[in-house]
Design a protein around this ligand. Structure first.
Ligand code: UD1
Length: 364
């Protein structure tokens, strides 16, 4: 029996590991699949609710690292994860995405000569000022198998000298979760709860340091949202980082009453919100992909994207931090001028099955 430990740390990791956990069940005579939660995200609404919504079991290991500077957080994960690896001696670990837990655990395993699998490898924004970009480049450089969600990833890895034999184009595990749980969305009561009319509201998420840690930028963003709130109800589930900054910068009393600020929302209710939004404004990576899959209009408030397929074939518009442009584009969408999109290749709900099959073959 081979042993695999998959790592989750922060909110965007949970929906990527859930379909892999399901896929490995088919091979329970050959591999044992364990889950380690680093505790990078720890609030009930940033973590626990996702385990429930995504039908994930309790993690087998919980490191409880919590928040801190980048160095503190990364180092704390490494110290604690090393002990787990020494005790458990897994044959392979799986990391997903680009958060600090991803690089911390892959680096720890690599130094112990344990094979590292990176799921959602090869994405590049080209912007090294983003902590996630540093995490992506470094994780890919030390991974033994790299599973890619879109073809730009293959090109990026080739350019960085990763040998072809390590790279597999298998699709998007986050979309696996979306496809699997979409039928459940009709049970959500979230629209009634907030008095939202289907396809007649705007959904907002903002948490990137470049947008929310800078007071001037956050003031401009709130002004943009206030303008949109004159046309439609706007719902804005707030990440703890953004909430802290709105409080610290004294901006909470500048919000239009039609702009609903709420706590972070669980997976299924959030999926209900994305599925039925008229427009999404975001700086998230994953939501660019989810909106493309759902065919929902998305405006990304960033200067670069590591997920170019969402702009090339999907419904995403990348509008940088020129908020004047973003305002014109948002009002345009609300006037019915929409961007038509297609679902990218292999985003078919079966990526995790393909990945599990390749990994099991490799191990046995
Ligand atoms: C992290 C990821 C980012 C991802 C985001 C999704 C890195 C470098 N960044 O950013 O890629 O898009 O998660 O949410 O790994 N906090 C809480 N409760 C929590 C978690 C965080 O209050 O459960 C607060 C703390 O004040 C903390 C701050 O949020 O200092 C930031 O958390 P952190 O994990 O450092 O980064 P995120 O901004 O969440």
């Amino acid at each position: 029996m081979k042993k695999i430990i998959s790592v989750v740390g922060a909110r965007p990791n949970f929906m990527k590991i859930a379909p892999l956990h399901r896929a490995f069940k088919k091979y329970s005579d050959k591999v044992q699949h364990l889950i380690c939660h680093t505790g990078q995200h720890y609030d009930e609404k940033m973590s626990k609710i996702f385990f429930e919504d995504l039908e994930l079991p309790q993690p087998d290991f919980y490191l409880g690292v919590g928040s801190g500077s980048h160095a503190e957080q990364t180092a704390n994960v490494m110290i604690k994860f090393e002990k787990i690896l020494i005790d458990e001696k897994p044959d392979l670990i799986i990391v997903v995405g680009d958060v600090n837990s991803t690089i911390a655990c892959s680096l720890t395993a690599s130094k112990l000569h344990i094979k590292v699998v990176h799921v959602e490898a090869g994405l590049r924004s080209g912007d090294r000022l983003m902590p996630e970009e540093v995490n992506r480049v470094l994780t890919d450089a030390i991974s033994d198998m790299l599973f890619v969600t879109e073809k730009s990833g293959i090109e990026n890895l080739k350019r960085e000298g990763v040998s072809d034999g390590k790279v597999f184009f298998t699709g998007n595990v986050m979309i696996d979760s979306l496809a699997y749980f979409k039928p459940k969305v009709k049970n959500s009561n979230i629209h009634n709860h907030f008095g939202l009319e289907l396809n007649k509201y705007v959904l907002v998420t903002l948490h990137r340091p470049s947008n929310v840690d800078n007071k001037d930028q956050l003031i401009k963003l709130i002004a943009l949202l206030n303008t949109i709130a004159e046309k439609r109800k706007v719902i804005f589930p707030i990440h703890p980082r953004t909430k802290n900054n709105l409080e610290n910068f004294g901006l909470l009393n500048t919000i239009n009453p039609n702009l609903i600020l709420t706590e972070p929302i669980g997976y299924l209710d959030f999926l209900a919100l994305t599925s039925n939004a008229e427009l999404i404004l975001t700086d998230s990576g994953g939501i660019q992909e989810e909106s493309t899959y759902l065919g929902v209009q998305c405006i990304t408030l960033r200067t670069s994207t590591e997920r170019p397929i969402t702009v090339e074939v999907g419904t995403n518009q990348l509008l940088g931090n020129d908020l004047g442009k973003a305002k014109i584009a948002a009002l345009d969408v609300l006037n019915g001028n929409i961007k038509k999109g297609k679902i990218p290749e292999l985003w078919d709900g079966k990526a995790a099955e393909r990945i599990a099959e390749i990994i099991v073959k490799y191990l046995n």
